[in-house]
Design a protein around this ligand. Structure first.
Ligand code: FES
Ligand code: FES
Length: 217
C-alpha cells in the first residue's frame, strides 16, 4: 500500500524520466559523431597526383599520374602500350610481366611512381615484326601460343629467366645445379611457373625456351 506521506510514482512517470535522460546523453555523442565526420576527407576530394619519368623501351616518358596508378595501367592506359596484358590484376597469372632494370616483375603489383628513372622493357621493346627477338621467333616457330593473351608475359618472363640463369641467380630449387642443368625442362618449368596459360600451350612454350637456351648457354 502507498504511504500517505510519499508521493505516488507511476510506471508512466518512470518511462518519461528514462526517455529524457537517454535524450540528454545521446545528444552530445551525436554532435561528436558529426564533428568527427566533418574531419574525414571527402570522397570527392581530388586524387594525389605526381610526376614520374619512366624509361620505357629506351625512351623517356614523362607522366603525371594518380599516385595509386599501377605500372600496368600506366603502360596500357597512359602510354598505350597494350602488348602487356591484364589478366587477374592480382599477381596470380603473370600476363602483365615486364622487365624492370632487367628483372621480371608483375606490373599489376607495383605502382608506377615507384619506378622513377627505371628502365622498363615491355614486349613492344623486345623486337619488331620485321626484327623479332630470338625468343619471339622461337615462340612463333614452336607454336608457343593459342589465343595469345598470356604470350607477351610468357616471352618477357622467358627472356628474363635465361638472363637469371646466365647471371647465376638460382631458383629456389636450383642452388646447386650447373647452368646446363638449369635449362632442363623441370628447371625451366619451375622458373616459368608464375606465368599461367589457360590454353595449355606449356609444352610448346617449353620447346621455344629450350631452343633459345641451347643457343645461349
Ligand atoms: Fe598481373 Fe595477373 S595481371 S599477375
Ligand atoms: Fe591462350 Fe596462353 S595462349 S592463355
Amino acid at each position: 500500500m502507498q504511504s500517505p506521506d510519499k508521493p505516488e510514482i507511476t510506471r508512466r512517470d518512470l518511462l518519461i524520466v528514462g526517455a529524457a535522460s537517454v535524450a540528454m546523453t545521446a545528444a552530445p555523442s551525436a554532435v561528436n559523431a558529426q564533428a568527427a565526420a566533418d574531419k574525414l576527407p571527402s570522397t570527392a576530394e581530388a586524387p594525389a597526383m605526381s610526376k614520374v619519368t619512366l624509361t620505357v623501351n629506351g625512351a623517356n616518358r614523362e607522366l603525371e599520374l594518380d599516385t595509386r596508378t599501377t605500372l600496368l595501367d600506366a603502360l596500357r592506359e597512359h602510354l598505350q602500350l597494350t602488348g602487356t596484358k591484364k589478366g587477374c590484376d592480382h599477381g596470380q597469372c603473370g600476363a602483365c610481366t615486364v622487365m624492370v632494370d632487367g628483372q621480371r616483375i608483375n606490373s599489376c603489383l607495383t605502382l608506377a611512381v615507384m619506378h622513377e628513372g627505371d628502365e622498363i622493357t615491355t614486349i613492344e621493346g623486345l623486337g619488331t615484326p620485321g626484327n623479332l627477338h630470338p625468343m619471339q621467333a622461337a615462340f612463333v616457330k614452336h607454336d608457343g601460343y593459342q589465343c595469345g593473351y598470356c604470350t607477351p608475359g610468357q616471352i618477357c618472363s622467358a627472356v628474363a629467366v635465361l638472363n637469371e640463369i646466365k647471371a647465376g641467380i638460382p631458383s629456389h630449387v636450383s642452388a646447386d645445379l650447373t647452368v646446363a642443368q638449369q635449362t632442363t625442362a623441370a628447371e625451366l618449368r619451375e622458373r616459368m611457373s608464375g606465368n599461367i596459360c589457360r590454353c595449355g600451350a606449356y609444352s610448346n612454350i617449353l620447346d621455344a625456351i629450350t631452343e633459345v637456351a641451347g643457343g645461349q648457354t
